[in-house]
Design a protein around this ligand. Structure first.
Ligand code: NOJ
Length: 730
């Protein structure tokens, strides 16, 4: 009887799966039929109107046929406050605040794809609630240099990690019938000269390093829109780049969504029309403050396109394809009957924000188990640093947010240690940026430092909360950092503090790696990223041990800037010469460079400490030899041997022992995050398709898996390898 019931259950589940996929295929067919019907009723003018903005963030529908407008919003850490119809000024609404989720570097540091999905669901609900149809994010440009002002909006330096994390984010957003818009396609790896720089990169690096996360977003994530970047590739602007948009994106990857230009990234009618752009946004403004009234009709994909269609210079099939894609996007979003309403600022959303913040923060150093601090301790804590109180959801460019609340690190520390005496002083100030020039009075800095050092002398412990911020030339759009050291003389300040207090904890609030000349003089270091609304509560929980840190670095921290690949080749490598930047390091980006060239980093990719210890055992592969279609399974046991529960990220890097082409020493090909109670032991399995051990053969434009020996390096960071397993690929 029981068996019969089980059978029946399995059968009906199977039917459900099959029928749901059938229904969706049917639904897709229905959508295309409807689009055909709509297209047949549209005038040429109406089709053209679908291909460009009617305001800063919207595209007209077709009112005559009841087809609604399409509304977009930044992205990618929360739903941005309303921007005016025709200028970059805030519209001044009172109902446009949001939950500020952590920045994407923090999300990547969680190494937790399930959490990425929760992030996507929650931000998608907020977008929906705010009547947004396209969320302008996530960003997946690869971290190439620590100076890039927008690294905080991206998911680190590794294409496999970024790919694994971006897919669930997209699924989460789009389940709300809101489109994600993956950006910035492609090679937008610096902000300096972003509007004109031409990226010279070899095909292998393009396909192996810079494109995989976009490909995953399209092929696995089934993303509905993608944003064309500002820069050029092969001398051609990305939004008009045939090879990127037509050959790779639309043909090879089968992208059926919409290519949206970054704001003012389109540069010609013919190029945009013929080479892949579907919706033109932001043209006719300087991208910051000014806009010509009613300039929308003069967009490249507006009247000029209409004229070229009318006089036969461009075939109607071109605009038909664009209109079809835009209508498809609308059928997936604005025109879905019974769309979910979404929600905003719910407890559930703040919980997701806090979870990501907690799992994303990274314990980089912890001498003498300085952390966690006992929550009942009644010590004197001197909190020093402007970032203890500076709102980090403001600034940074388009990812700025009007957060419903943002708990500061200082508040978080006070709440976490109610018995302690907590003081705060700035120690330094970021000064003011006026017309892109940073100014601050020198005397002011000196006196701030003096007060801080005096407070440090009196305290049992110093928690220095500094780092970068969202000002221009820090972690901010449209400019890069000008150096690798901490700004505003913080390095000196930390040294001076460490000279008078031997118990210093440094909390770095930043979206980028920074130099740490003071590292050995401080007891503990926490990389806290920009963690959004719940920054303070998450930090308090980490410092008090309520939450055991489990974040891992999605980037390498070089000891010095010159060690990093983009900076090894002088100006050609960064920021470029004569408007061309040469990615001379090729495929050796991030840890691929440091490992292959045997350069010791300050902190390596995948690194992060815990308050407990883990022991791994019995690590092996399911077989010794595989065919190219097989999947390798790495198995093992992991035990929490400490006294508190915690999570470890088991990472599998693969080395091609003898390759006919240059390969990095090792590449991340699988990982798994496992949570364990004290003394708990679990088994784990990590699957690695043999096909993923491939390289891109640029001459023949194909992916190749070489036969031979591979070494699977299993560990807890790229430099903490616990077990090597050799396997053979036939
Ligand atoms: C320019 C930024 O590069 C992009 O990320 C953003 O979505 C648009 N501006 C709209 O604000």
């Amino acid at each position: 009887m029981k068996i019969y019931l089980y059978r029946k259950l399995i059968l009906s589940l199977l039917l459900l799966v099959v029928s749901s996929s059938l229904v969706s295929a049917q639904e897709e067919q229905d959508i295309e039929t409807k689009i055909d019907q709509i297209l047949s009723q549209l005038t040429l003018e109406e089709k053209v109107k679908l291909c460009h903005a009617q305001s800063k963030f919207s595209v007209p529908g077709v009112a005559r046929l009841g087809i609604p407008e399409l509304w977009m919003s930044d992205g990618p850490h929360g739903v941005r406050a309303e921007i005016s119809w025709d200028s970059w000024k805030h519209a001044g609404w009172t109902n446009d605040s949001c939950t500020a989720f952590p920045a994407l570097t923090a999300l990547a540091s969680t190494f937790n794809p399930a959490l990425s999905r929760e992030f996507g669901v929650a931000i998608g609900e907020e977008a929906r609630y705010r009547h947004k149809d396209v969320l302008l994010g996530p960003g997946v440009n690869i971290y190439r240099t620590p100076l890039n002002g927008r690294n905080f909006e991206y998911m680190g330096e590794d294409p496999f990690l970024a790919s694994t994390m971006v897919v669930p984010y997209i699924h989460g957003v789009q389940q709300n019938k809101v489109a994600a818009c993956v950006k910035h396609y492609a090679l937008n790896n610096q902000e300096v000269l972003r509007n004109e720089i031409d990226v010279v990169v070899d095909k292998r690096a393009l396909h192996e390093i810079y494109l995989p996360a976009f490909k995953a977003a399209v092929v696995q994530g089934k993303v509905w829109s993608i944003m064309g970047a500002y820069n050029k590739y092969e001398g051609v602007y990305c939004c008009e780049n045939k090879s990127l948009n037509i050959d790779i994106l639309k043909r090879k990857w089968g992208f059926d969504g919409v290519v949206i230009s970054d704001w003012a990234a389109a540069h010609s009618t013919k190029g945009s029309a013929l080479y892949g752009l579907d919706i033109e946004m932001g043209t006719g403004t300087n991208g910051l403050t000014t806009s010509v009234a009613n300039s929308y009709d003069s967009y490249y994909l507006a009247t000029p396109l209409l004229k070229m269609l009318q006089n036969g210079q461009i075939e109607e099939s071109v605009v038909n394809d664009k209109a079809r894609r835009v209508l498809r996007l609308m059928m997936r979003t604005t025109m879905v009957p019974n769309r979910p309403y979404g929600s905003k600022g719910s407890k559930a959303h703040f919980d997701v924000a806090r979870k990501v913040a907690e799992e994303g923060m990274i314990l980089l150093r912890n001498q003498n188990n300085t952390l966690p601090i006992d929550e009942k301790s009644n010590i004197k804590i001197a909190v020093i640093g402007q970032n203890a109180v500076k709102k980090m959801t403001l600034g940074g460019g388009s990812s700025e947010l009007k957060a419903i609340h943002e708990i500061s690190p200082l508040q978080g520390i006070k709440d976490a240690f109610p018995e302690a005496t907590v003081t705060h002083t700035f120690g330094y100030t970021a000064g003011e940026t006026v017309y892109d020039v940073l100014t601050y009075p020198k005397e002011n800095q000196d006196s701030l430092a003096m007060v801080a050092i005096n407070q440090a002398k009196e305290a049992d412990m110093v928690i220095f909360v500094g780092g970068l911020n969202k000002n221009y030339q820090q972690d901010c759009e449209n400019g890069d950092r000008t150096g690798y050291n901490l700004p505003y003389n913080q390095d000196q300040l930390i040294e001076n503090i460490a000279n008078v207090n031997s118990n210093v904890v440094v909390v770095l609030v930043s979206g980028n790696a920074v130099a740490m000349p003071w590292r050995s003089d401080v007891k503990a270091i926490v990389q806290a990223w920009y963690s959004g609304s719940e920054t303070g509560s998450a930090l308090g929980n980490i410092l008090s041990g309520k939450v055991n840190p489990s974040g891992k670095l999605p980037i390498t921290f070089p000891k010095q800037l010159d060690d990093s690949p983009a900076h090894t080749f002088g100006k050609q490598g960064y920021p470029g010469i004569a408007k061309k930047v040469y990615y001379k390091e090729g495929i050796l980006v991030g840890y691929r460079w440091f490992d292959t060239k045997k350069i010791d980093p300050l902190y390596c990719f995948g690194y992060g400490l815990s308050y407990t210890n883990f022991k791994m055992d019995k690590i092996h592969s399911d077989r010794k030899s595989y065919d190219k279609e097989d999947v390798i399974t790495v198995k093992g046991e992991i035990e929490n041997t400490g006294k508190v529960s915690g999570s470890e990220v088991i990472q599998v890097y693969v080395e091609d022992v003898k390759s006919s082409v240059l390969k990095p020493l090792q590449e991340l090909k699988g990982f798994k995050k496992i949570k364990l109670n004290p003394l708990e032991k679990k088994t784990f399995q990590i699957k690695i398709p043999v096909s993923s051990l491939n390289y891109y053969d640029a001459d023949n434009e194909k992916w190749v898996v070489e036969s031979g020996r591979y070494r699977l390096r299993v560990g807890t960071s790229s430099r903490d390898i616990i077990k090597n397993i050799y396997v053979e690929v036939k």
